[in-house]
Design a protein around this ligand. Structure first.
Ligand code: PLP
Ligand SMILES: N[C@@H](CCOP(=O)(O)O)C(=O)O
Length: 550
């Protein structure tokens, strides 16, 4: 454990309280009881935050937000500023995450999160996390040489975007090896090329013949394994790592400030955020922003046909199995319809083909804390009670494939969130209609990637429901369309003014022809098979580094 005064302590969602600092939780990733770390308190910004923060550039705003969670005793101010600057100077636009208006009449805006090195929202957090790892390691390794140096073994699972963003955030970094598992053949060709064409010695790609959930299960099993934890310091890049959530809070505030200075934003206007959701990490950052005081009226979860979250918000049941013959496409069983479907469905938005959303566990903890205890109870007792409920729900998920919550928990969840489920067909229709609609007022039609199109579809539905015509929707554009040629071509091929070659940024041209490095892993070899590979490859990498001329 770090020896200096920490910003605040972190708890596990499963009830453990380990008195850990920010540095500890960033380096550890997952709590030893299998839970996810959450800060003991959600900090409040200064009372005049709205005026103080309104005109800040992205980096300065990030600094204000991060320093509410990280004290200078852990990372001195100047160092934190430097880490932030190095993380966001790699972005192609000065304002890092710009907001553009898509539909003036309906007040629909897009928060473009894809201007980082790998063209997906993950860069916002993973550029930062990569630099944080490097900073902590450099500090711990000062004056150390050879095998005395602490070495980080990063293990991640990806449905396409986290993997490349983590690889670009960590490639070539000293004292770090990075292992990324992706479901073989289930990520887009560009995503696969982005990951597997990186030749730095510290980057290891594993293609697993399973689903993203299998890869995520392997990650969690490795973190829980005492054997590898004795010899290797494992670290997480998935949104189980608290720093991922923290870094994503900034753009909710930033886009809100961008919006409120527009003439169409009236004193009575309200704002809703719409978030294409898979592992629940991106929208959880919105929840933290809201709890910190951001006046977001609702957070709208937009799922694809892997709709476990949508079904939860409709029914209060969190079930891995999907049910066919559903009411109004909502995933809720109709009388007499009993057909269930196991497993994840492959869709046109593959990065969201996720059966179990790992960060939902963090929200469950906050809901249980709020609902199952009263303010007169001691804080420790309230926290322990919340942890017990989460543990029991998660046990049922593992042993029975699902669980249900009380009406009060569902009601509490519905205060901050709404949900929508969007089919492939609707996704394609939105890509096409947005392209056509914007062709008149933008220099060319706006091309959405399929994940962002799911958000926009949900935003239009939410706008229909909104009680006030002055409700603004900020929908998160989570990836660049060039990453998903299948969906974009299926929606726009033959449309006047559309050409695929103009979609592809220069950085991606020729990428698919480059040499690749990837190992194949049979799902049947289990996480133990992955452990074997990790141990052997870290050793080979370290030996090669020791032999290399200094
Ligand atoms: C392009 C894209 N959109 C949306 C999501 C969903 O984000 P989250 O998993 O944080 O809910 C992901 C990955 O998860 C993604 O890669
Ligand atoms: N869509 C993600 C899945 C992993 O989610 P994470 O946010 O927990 O890292 C991906 O593209 O890999």
């Amino acid at each position: 454990m770090a020896s200096y005064t920490a910003s605040q302590r972190y708890l596990s969602t499963r009830g453990g309280s380990y008195n850990l600092s920010f540095e500890d939780v960033v380096l550890k990733g997952l709590a030893s009881d299998g839970g996810l770390f959450i800060p003991e308190e959600i900090p409040s910004p200064p009372s005049d935050w709205a005026s103080r923060w309104q005109n800040l550039p992205f980096e300065e705003l990030a600094y204000e937000i991060f320093s509410l969670y990280v004290s200078p005793a852990e990372i001195p101010f100047a160092d934190l500023k430097d880490i932030i600057h190095r993380s966001y100077s790699t972005f192609r636009t000065k304002d890092v995450t710009p907001t553009v208006t898509l539909d003036k009449e309906k007040n629909i805006h897009l928060l473009e999160l894809f201007h980082g090195p790998t063209f997906a929202f993950k860069d916002v957090a993973l550029q930062f996390l990569g630099n944080l790892f490097q900073y902590f390691l450099a500090r711990r390794n000062q004056g150390k040489a050879g095998r005395d140096r602490e070495h980080l073994t990063v293990i991640g699972a990806t449905s396409g975007d986290t993997g490349s963003a983590a690889i670009y955030g960590l490639r070539g970094k000293k004292d770090v090896s990075v292992f990324i598992m992706h479901p073989s053949g289930k990520v887009s060709p560009i995503q696969e090329a982005q990951m597997t064409t990186v030749m730095d010695a510290n980057v290891h790609n594993l293609a697993v013949d399973g689903t993203f959930d299998d890869c995520q299960d392997f990650v969690k099993a490795l973190f829980a394994d005492p054997e590898i934890n004795k010899t290797h310091r494992l670290a997480a890049v998935n949104s189980i790592n608290w720093a991922r959530i923290l870094a994503q809070i900034t753009y909710y505030f930033y886009s809100y400030f961008n919006l409120i200075c527009q003439p169409s934003f009236l004193p009575a206007s309200t704002v809703r955020f719409v978030v294409p959701t898979g592992n629940f990490g991106d929208i959880l950052a919105g929840y933290f922003a809201k709890r910190m005081g951001l006046p977001a009226e609702k957070l709208v979860i937009a799922t694809n046909e892997n709709d476990i979250l949508h079904r939860f918000w409709q029914s209060g049941r969190y079930e891995k199995k999907r049910v066919h013959g559903t009411a109004a496409e909502g995933g809720i069983p109709e009388d007499g319809v009993k057909a269930h479907e196991d497993g994840v469905k492959e869709t046109l938005s593959p990065a969201m083909d996720i059966l179990v959303s790992s960060n939902f566990e963090r929200l469950l903890w906050f809901l249980a804390y709020q609902v199952y205890s009263s303010e007169s109870d001691a804080t420790e007792k309230r926290r322990a009670t919340a942890g017990e409920h989460v543990r029991s729900w998660l046990n049922d998920l593992r042993s029975k494939g699902g669980f249900g919550v009380d009406a009060d928990i569902l009601k509490a969840a519905q205060v901050d969130f709404e949900s929508e489920r969007v089919t492939d067909e609707e996704t394609l229709a939105t890509i096409k209609s947005v392209f056509t609609m914007t062709a008149g007022h933008l220099s060319h039609g706006y091309i959405l990637d399929p994940h962002s199109a799911i958000g926009i579809t949900a935003a239009y539905r939410s706008a229909e429901r909104a009680q006030s015509s002055s409700t603004h929707h900020i929908s998160l554009a989570t990836a660049h369309p060039a990453k998903f040629s299948n969906a974009v071509e299926a929606a726009l091929h033959g449309e006047s003014g559309y050409s695929w070659s103009e979609v592809l940024p220069q950085e991606m041209q020729g990428l698919e022809d480059k040499p690749r490095r990837v190992s194949h892993v049979q799902k049947s070899s289990g996480w133990q098979g992955v452990r074997k590979i990790v141990i052997a490859e870290v050793e080979a990498e370290r030996q090669a580094a020791e032999k290399a001329p200094k």
